[in-house]
Ligand binder design. Structure first.
Ligand code: PHE
Length: 340
């Protein structure tokens, strides 16, 4: 009997299956009503008291081994069925969540905002669909100013009073209408012009406008602020130069150049061998504009500036074709710093 038990015990130990049916057969063969164990217990009854002591122990070992094996295999099998049912392959590599990258225009806009916020400028926005007053009239555009004409401005539904804003200056009017000085604010946003799309022009682009209105604001303040900006945005050796210009809403007005950041001002193809590249328009807010917004121009003065984000981005990253900014070609977009 001992030999028989040993043989069956070895069989139990070496048994394994991933199949429910085979496992059931195992159960019947060992633990069933006519199984090995029942058979052995029947034989056991016929033994002498002496023999029973040893055989009883062995039989119990075999019974427990068979029961344990059955339980373990059953559990493994059920777990396997759950996995199969949920259709999950735990051995598969995980799905990577692709981290995007920021759009270069957003990167540059954020950098511009960061620089001016160190000087106390807050950030505000105005609407892209605007009325004539905020886009033109309050900004001192004469009724026959060419910028109002069809080739520059998109009118909404043939209504000459509603336009897609041609610049972010509308937002400075909206701010001044509802806030008395001191005002120190930035206005980033998208603007629209009725231009044929090419590598150098687009029918929409992005600007950041700055406005500072307070007592005793001077052109020197404007110049110092813009010099600080240029050095922070490009590098510490950057020089600026202001050339007289004209905007209806500023007087005097200027355009600002920076020393070419590619050749350091020596002259190269990029700056057309002048050593300078234009980056923004600026000036002292015209008193008429302050008065249009109910700000007393005898008490207050202010400066304003406006720059194209695409322009600054081109200078920083040498993007040759403006259209790339709006084509969403991932090969282009992924070249810039990843989102963080
Ligand atoms: N609004 C002007 C433009 O779009 C830029 C500008 C803003 C100039 C503020 C002077 C002051 O070209």
């Amino acid at each position: 009997m001992k030999e028989k038990i040993d043989r069956l015990l070895a069989e139990v130990h070496s048994f394994s299956t991933e199949n429910a049916e085979t496992l059931e057969q195992f159960r019947i063969r060992f633990l069933g009503r006519k199984g090995h164990l029942q058979e052995l217990f029947d034989e056991f009854k016929l033994l002498s008291a002496d023999q029973k002591r040893d055989a009883g122990q062995l039989l119990n070992v075999l019974k427990n081994a068979a029961q344990d094996k059955l339980n373990t295999l059953k559990q493994t099998l059920e777990a396997g069925q759950v996995i199969a049912a949920s259709d999950t392959d735990l051995s598969k590599p995980v799905n990577f969540i692709e981290v995007g990258s920021r759009h270069p225009l957003s990167l540059v806009r954020n950098e511009i905002i960061k620089i001016f916020s160190r000087l106390g400028f807050s950030v505000n926005e105005g609407p892209e669909i605007e009325d004539d007053w905020h886009n033109f009239t309050a900004l001192n555009f004469a009724p026959n100013h060419p910028a109002r004409e069809m080739q520059d401005t998109f009118f909404v539904e043939k209504n000459p009073d509603i336009v897609l804003r041609t610049h972010t200056s509308n937002a400075q009017i909206r701010m001044m209408e509802k806030t008395q000085p001191p005002i120190r604010a930035l206005f980033p946003g998208r603007v629209y012009r009725n231009e044929a799309i090419s590598a150098r022009a687009h029918c929409f682009f992005h600007q950041v406008e700055g406005l500072y209105v307070d007592k005793n604001v001077s052109f020197a303040d404007l110049k110092q602020t813009l010099l600080y900006f240029a050095k922070e945005m490009f590098d510490a050796d950057t020089k600026i130069r202001l050339r007289p210009s004209y905007f209806p809403f500023t007087e005097p007005s200027a355009e600002m150049d920076i020393s070419c950041n590619l050749c350091g001002g020596k002259g190269c193809g990029f700056c057309k061998y002048t050593g300078w590249v234009e980056i923004l328009g600026c000036g002292m807010v015209d008193p008429n504009v302050l008065e249009n917004c109910c700000i007393d121009s005898k008490v207050y003065s202010g400066y304003a500036f406006g720059m194209g984000i695409e322009r600054i981005t081109n200078l920083k990253y040498q993007v040759k074709d403006l259209r790339m900014f709006s084509e969403n070609d991932l090969r282009f977009l992924r070249q810039f710093e990843s989102a963080g």
